[in-house]
Design a binder for this molecule. Structure first.
Ligand SMILES: [Zn+2]
Length: 561
C-alpha cells in the first residue's frame, strides 16, 4: 500500500515535472520535422540558439529510443540540416564543423541512400563557404562525382570541383569522428613484379607517402590521427626480394608512420579504397632472387563454384596470380580455444518475437550454456564475446577472436521472417550469398539494406583472402547435422533448412573457421516459445557441441593422412 503523504508527493511531482519520459516517447519524427520547418520560417526564432539546440536534442533522443527506425538516415540528415541552419544563424565555425561532420556521417553510414550525395554536396559547400577548407571541399565534391555519377548532384559537384585547386596531398579528407583511426591489420602479398601492402583501418585517415632514395631505399606513409591495433606487430619481415620488412611506429603526437624497407624499387603507387577504408601500397620493381621464402604462402584458393571468391578472383587475374600471404597459418594442432559470440546486445535487441522475446537475451543464455558444455566436453578454453547485455560492434567480435588466436568462432542467433509461419534451423558460413533469402538474412543480421549487401559482395574478394572457407563450410555442415539430429527426438516440426552461405559482417575478417547459427525462428509463435525455454537452449547447446566434436574428429583424420 502507498501512504497518503507519499501519494501527494507523487502527484505534485507529476504535476510539476510531467510523467518522466512522457514527452520523449510521444515525440514523433514528423513532429520534430514540422517544428524544424516552422523554425526555419521564422527569422525571429532563428536568432535564439536554444531553438536549434532543442531540435538537435530531440532528434538525438528520438534516434536513441528508436534504434530500429526504418528511415534512420532521415533523422541524421535532418540533424545535419539543423546544425547547418544554426551555423548560418550563429556564424560560428564550430557549428559549421558540426554540420559538416553530421552530413559526412550520413554519407558514410548510408552510402546507398538517396541522401548520400546530397549530404556530400552540402558538406562540401560548408567546407568551401563557411570554413574555407578547400581540400575537404574538393574531396567531398570528388566523392559525389566519382561515386554518384547518376545522382542529381553530379553536375553541380562537377562544376564546383573545376573551380577548386587540386590539393597537394594524394588524399585529404575531413574526419567524421573525433577519435583516432585504428590500423587493424597489415596484409601483404608478392606478385611477379610487385609487392602489395594493405593497411586495413577502422576509419578514414589523412595520409601522405614519401620516398627516401639511396642505398637502402625506404617508402614511408604517415597517417594522421591514427593508432596501431594490438594485432599489428611493430615489425613484419617480408624478404621477398623487393620488400625487406614493414615497420609501424608512432612518429609524433599526431602521426603514425608505416615504413617499408626496400631492397630496391622502380616505382610505387599509394591509393585508398573505401568500404571498408584501406590504404593500398604497391611497390613495383624487379625482384632480387632470394634463397628461401620466409613466409608461408597459399598459391591456390579452394575450389568453389563461380559465385564464390575463387570464381571472382578468376575474373581478377592480377589478384589471382599473386601468392597470398596468410597470417597465423600453421599446423593444425586440434582445437584449443573457441570463441562463442552471443548475437546482438545492448542497444541492439536483434529480432523481436510476437511475444516480445528479444534475440539478444536468448542468444546470451544459449552462449553461456554452450560455453559451459564445450569446456566440459572438449576440455578446451572457451571465451565469450559478451557475458552480459552490452552492445558490441560486429567487427569487434571477430577482431577479438583473431586477437586471442581462437581456433573456432561460433556466433549464435535467432532467425526472423515477415512470414510468421516460417520456421526451422540453419547454419551459415561466410561467402557470397547464393540466393536472395540468404542475402536478406545477411542484411538483417548486418543491420543494413539489401543494396548494401550487394555492395559488400563486390568488395568481399580482397577481404576474404584469409577466410577459411572450406573449413567453415565443413564446420557448418557438422553443426547443422548435429542440431537436426539432436533436436528431432525431442520436438515435432524440426525443419532442416540446411547449410547456407552469406556475406555476414560478423564473420568477416575472422581468420579461423567460423559459423553463424540461426537456432530457430523467433518470429514464429511455436519456436519463440522454445527459444525462451532453458531446456531448448541447453539442447541446442549440446547439439552444437556434438557438431564441433564431429568436426574435430574429421580434422584429426585430415591430419593423419
Ligand atoms: Zn541475429
Amino acid at each position: 500500500m502507498i501512504s497518503p503523504k507519499y501519494f501527494i508527493c507523487l502527484l505534485l511531482t507529476i504535476f510539476l515535472f510531467g510523467i518522466p519520459g512522457s514527452e520523449a516517447s510521444s515525440d514523433s519524427y514528423q513532429q520534430i520535422r514540422a517544428d524544424y520547418q516552422s523554425l526555419v520560417k521564422s527569422s525571429q526564432q532563428q536568432r535564439q540558439r536554444t531553438n536549434w539546440e532543442k531540435i538537435i536534442k530531440r532528434l538525438d533522443r528520438f534516434a536513441r529510443q528508436n534504434p530500429n527506425y526504418a528511415k534512420s538516415e532521415n533523422i541524421y540528415f535532418l540533424k545535419a540540416k539543423t546544425w547547418h541552419g544554426l551555423a548560418y544563424a550563429s556564424g560560428a565555425t564550430a557549428d559549421a564543423r558540426k554540420a559538416r561532420d553530421a552530413y559526412l556521417l550520413v554519407a558514410d553510414r548510408y552510402p546507398a541512400s538517396s541522401l548520400a550525395d546530397d549530404s556530400l554536396f552540402r558538406s562540401a559547400d560548408l567546407s568551401e563557404e563557411l570554413l574555407s577548407d578547400f581540400p575537404a571541399a574538393y574531396d567531398a565534391y570528388r566523392r559525389v562525382v566519382e561515386d554518384y555519377p547518376t545522382g542529381d548532384m553530379f553536375n553541380r559537384a562537377k562544376k564546383r570541383l573545376a573551380g577548386l585547386p587540386v590539393p597537394k596531398d594524394a588524399y585529404l579528407i575531413s574526419r567524421v569522428h573525433g577519435e583516432n583511426s585504428r590500423i587493424d591489420q597489415l596484409r601483404f602479398w608478392s606478385g611477379p613484379d610487385k609487392t602489395r601492402v594493405v593497411l586495413d583501418l577502422d576509419n578514414k585517415v589523412k595520409y601522405k607517402a614519401n620516398l627516401l632514395k639511396g642505398k637502402n631505399p625506404r617508402l614511408y606513409i604517415d597517417l594522421w590521427q591514427a593508432e596501431s591495433g594490438s594485432s599489428v606487430s611493430p615489425t613484419i619481415s617480408v624478404n621477398d626480394g623487393l620488400l625487406r620488412q614493414i615497420r609501424t611506429s608512432r612518429y609524433d603526437k599526431e602521426r603514425m608512420r608505416v615504413v617499408l624497407d626496400l631492397f630496391q624499387l622502380q616505382d610505387f603507387k599509394v591509393f585508398a579504397l573505401d568500404n571498408p577504408f584501406r590504404i593500398v601500397v604497391d611497390v613495383i620493381g624487379k625482384r632480387l632472387q632470394m634463397a628461401k621464402k620466409s613466409q608461408p604462402e597459399l598459391r591456390a584458393l579452394p575450389q568453389q563454384s563461380d559465385q564464390s571468391i575463387a570464381g571472382i578472383l578468376e575474373r581478377h587475374p592480377s589478384v589471382n596470380q599473386a601468392p597470398l600471404h596468410v597470417p597465423q597459418q600453421q599446423e593444425d594442432e586440434g582445437i584449443k580455444l573457441i570463441v562463442v559470440d552471443a548475437g546482438h546486445g545492448g542497444k541492439d535487441p536483434g529480432a523481436v518475437g510476437p511475444n516480445r522475446t528479444r534475440e539478444k537475451d536468448v542468444t546470451l543464455k544459449m552462449a553461456k550454456y554452450l560455453a559451459e558444455q564445450l569446456r566440459k566436453e572438449l576440455k578446451c578454453e572457451v571465451r565469450l564475446t559478451r557475458s552480459d547485455d552490452r552492445y558490441l560492434k560486429l567487427r569487434d567480435r571477430t577482431s577479438y577472436a583473431n586477437k586471442v588466436d581462437a581456433d573456432l568462432f561460433i556466433s549464435l542467433h535467432a532467425n526472423a521472417n515477415k512470414n510468421r509461419k516460417a520456421y526451422g534451423l540453419e547454419t551459415y558460413f561466410l561467402n557470397l550469398a547464393k540466393n536472395n533469402q540468404a542475402a536478406e538474412v545477411a542484411a538483417r543480421e548486418n543491420g543494413t539494406t539489401l543494396e548494401e549487401v550487394s555492395h559488400l559482395e563486390a568488395i568481399l574478394f580482397d577481404l576474404m583472402a584469409n577466410a577459411k572457407i572450406n573449413e567453415s563450410s565443413r564446420l557448418a555442415t557438422e553443426v547443422q547435422q548435429a542440431m537436426v539430429k539432436g533436436l528431432k527426438p525431442h520436438y515435432s516440426d524440426i525443419k532442416d533448412l540446411g547449410v547456407r552461405q552469406g556475406p555476414f559482417h560478423v564473420l568477416l575478417g575472422a581468420t579461423m573457421p567460423s559459423v553463424l547459427v540461426e537456432t530457430a525462428f523467433i518470429s514464429n509463435h511455436r519456436e519463440e516459445k522454445r527459444l525462451n525455454s532453458s531446456t531448448y537452449q541447453k539442447r541446442v547447446a549440446s547439439a552444437i557441441v556434438r557438431g564441433v566434436k564431429n568436426y574435430a574428429a574429421t580434422l584429426e583424420q585430415v591430419a593423419k593422412r
